[in-house]
Design a protein around this ligand. Structure first.
Ligand code: BGC
Length: 417
């Protein structure tokens, strides 16, 4: 054991001698704890350690990251921020306003990030023109994960509209399967809901509602219709859905218990970890009505200002590593997402990733590329929280009329702005 430890020390020291860096430690806060997520995070750890630095894991379980963000806030308030944290979307601006972030401009300049990142990604990473965050990926949220076997046995057709969804779900239920795998948690309710809103209202409507926060969109006949569809979806979930974690819902599709799941492509990470192949064991299709649109969710890391020293060297090494092609490839192969970096080779990626890559580029041209509300890309966290509350309240209260939900949504968003 001792021999192994000293061999490891020698290896680390020689990496440091070769690269001339001071070995430091980065404490990394993230919420990647499911099978596919953990495999992805392990790749980042491995590549950072190959540069001679130490990874101190700070994983806070809870899909969507709500718990992680609560823990992060208390750590920062008590004056002990982690050195790096998974923070994304407009929240990066909120943390920038607090004056606690380190600038990554030097690493970004050396790495040519401005040329390597699409503008839609780079913009999210900058605070007042400076890079303060580094993107690991682009997730697409508006997916539907399908077990084709169940569809076949039920004689159902994979739906492309919400009307077709009802027809298919009825057949699947009649055949004795659970039509929709869902976990009743606020972020999962909203993940499904935003796909419904996109499918029914289209990208322009989605943008008016969840980006521009227009009251006339939030409280509108289209929004009422979307709430109605959400209620119908609930009707096709099982009684054990409340509180279920998202990856357990994905497992139901993998194991042939449920036919569909509405979830971002981190779900693909679970299929991959289970050794399943798209087009053979499962299908990835756009949620009904959303083909050609793309709700994006970009995971990124920010570094907290720790002053000069070995921790800072380790932080900058982490930032540089994240943008390297090796990381962008291996991480995203495991995570289910696509690289944030442009012009990466596609050959190792599967058909779902190819669809995602193509639609990401195409949707940017047709203005059907929209930020995910449920994953903190479209609004500040207070507004997102207000939307979550209304959607989840409606989801759990079968007596609440859809009209009332739309009205409450507009009022709650107005208060939270
Ligand atoms: C994150 C993903 C993560 C998912 C489930 C999303 O908000 O962007 O990286 O896999 O939540 O935890």
């Amino acid at each position: 054991m001792r021999k192994l430890a000293s061999a490891a020390m020698v290896a680390v020291m020689s990496v440091c001698l070769i690269t001339g860096v001071k070995a430091g430690e980065v404490e990394v806060l993230h919420w990647w704890t499911s099978g596919g997520e953990a495999r992805s995070a392990a790749e980042l750890k491995r590549l950072l350690e190959a540069k001679g630095h130490t990874w101190k894991d700070f994983a806070v379980a809870g899909g969507g990251g709500e718990s992680a963000m609560t823990v992060l806030k208390s750590r920062v308030v008590s004056g002990k921020p982690p050195t790096a944290a998974q923070i994304k979307g407009p929240s990066i601006q909120e943390w920038g306003d607090e004056g606690v972030l380190a600038t990554l401009d030097e690493v970004a300049k050396q790495g040519g990030w401005d040329e390597l990142l699409p503008a839609v990604v780079a913009n999210v990473m900058k605070y007042k023109g400076s890079y303060v965050a580094v993107p690991v990926n682009v997730h697409r949220v508006n997916w539907m994960w399908v077990n084709p076997d169940i569809f076949k046995k039920a004689g159902a057709k994979i739906p492309t509209t919400w009307d077709e969804f009802i027809v298919a779900a009825e057949k699947i239920k009649a055949a004795g399967y659970i039509p929709v795998a869902h976990g009743g948690q606020a972020w999962q309710d909203s993940t499904t809901f935003e796909s419904v809103v996109l499918g029914i209202g289209g990208a322009d409507f989605y943008r008016k509602a969840f980006v521009d926060l227009e009251p006339s969109a939030l409280n509108s006949p289209t929004m009422i219709q979307a709430f109605d569809v959400l209620r119908k979806i609930k009707h096709y979930t099982d009684k054990d859905a409340p509180g279920r974690d998202w990856n357990l819902a994905t497992a139901m599709v993998i194991n042939g218990k449920a036919a569909m799941q509405f979830m971002g492509d981190w779900a693909k990470g679970e299929f991959t970890a289970a050794g399943k192949k798209p087009g053979v064991d499962y299908e990835c299709v756009a949620a009904p009505g959303t083909a050609g649109s793309f709700t994006f969710n970009i995971d990124s890391f920010v570094m907290f200002d720790v002053g000069a020293g070995s921790s800072q060297e380790a932080q900058m090494a982490l930032a540089a590593t994240i943008m390297e092609p090796e990381f962008q490839e291996v991480f995203n192969l495991n995570k289910g997402s696509i690289p944030a970096r442009l012009n990466m080779p596609r050959d190792k990626f599967d058909s779902c990733a190819h669809t995602s890559m193509d639609e990401f580029v195409a949707s940017a041209k047709t203005a059907t590329l929209v930020p995910s509300m449920a994953h903190g890309m479209s609004t500040f966290s207070s507004v997102q929280g207000a939307i979550y509350d209304v959607v989840t309240k409606f989801y759990n209260d079968d007596k609440m009329p859809a009209e009332k939900a739309a009205e409450t949504l507009a009022a709650a968003v107005k208060d939270a702005r």
